[in-house]
Ligand binder design. Sequence first.
Ligand code: CDP
Length: 229
Amino acid sequence: MKTITIAIDGFSSTGKSTLAKQLAKHLGYIYVDSGAMYRAITLFAMENGYITKEYFDVDSLNNSLEFIKLHFEFNANLGFAEMYLNDRNVEKEIRTIEVSNFVSKVAEISQVRAKLVEQQQAMGKDKGVVMDGRDIGTVVFPNAELKIFMTASSETRAQRRFDELQAKGDAVSYEAVLKNVQERDYIDTHREDSPLVKSDDAIEIDNSYLNKQEQFDAVLELVEEVMNS
Ligand code: CDP
């Protein structure tokens, strides 16, 4: 069986990371959450006062990029790799609605994207990787053997993210989550550099009515087809 690269792209909260983690575990592949990297840079920008509701000091962020060190560390208890920003575990902090509210603005910056795409390509150079994000099949791994594009209605996605945040004890309203999902969809699909688009050779999966197991089974069939071809 061939060792392949699996690229999973799609809108926010479509269950990309759930699927990617299941596949990586099943196949013994590395899972890379590219969104976590954009979120970590966003947290850095927030902590340094470069981005607030009122303004965004893009130059200062760009000038600081060389001082931002990102790495993932596998946590055996959780079963996935956690995000580290300058050697600090930021896995929890990067998932808050505050970071979500700024991340798509940070992800529009070409210098930020160039830095992260280079790191992502290095992580996948030996294949055997499942990476999820917005530009994985189009920009990071245009030659990936399997590309999946995930969709679901914005209400379904907001409800999923709301449930997730509530379970973590994050006091946030459904309306705020829906607004965030819709705003990020807009920015992510309209930005100039690497917008979220379905690659021509990606297979689209609308999982509005699929549970996790059904979704996994459907994609695993595709994976096995590609691996055996
Ligand atoms: O998990 P969720 O769907 O909320 O998003 P994420 O994968 O954590 O990504 C957060 C944000 O990072 C997205 O809304 C994009 O603005 C940006 N992103 C990107 O531009 N390119 C990627 N490859 C991954 C994320």
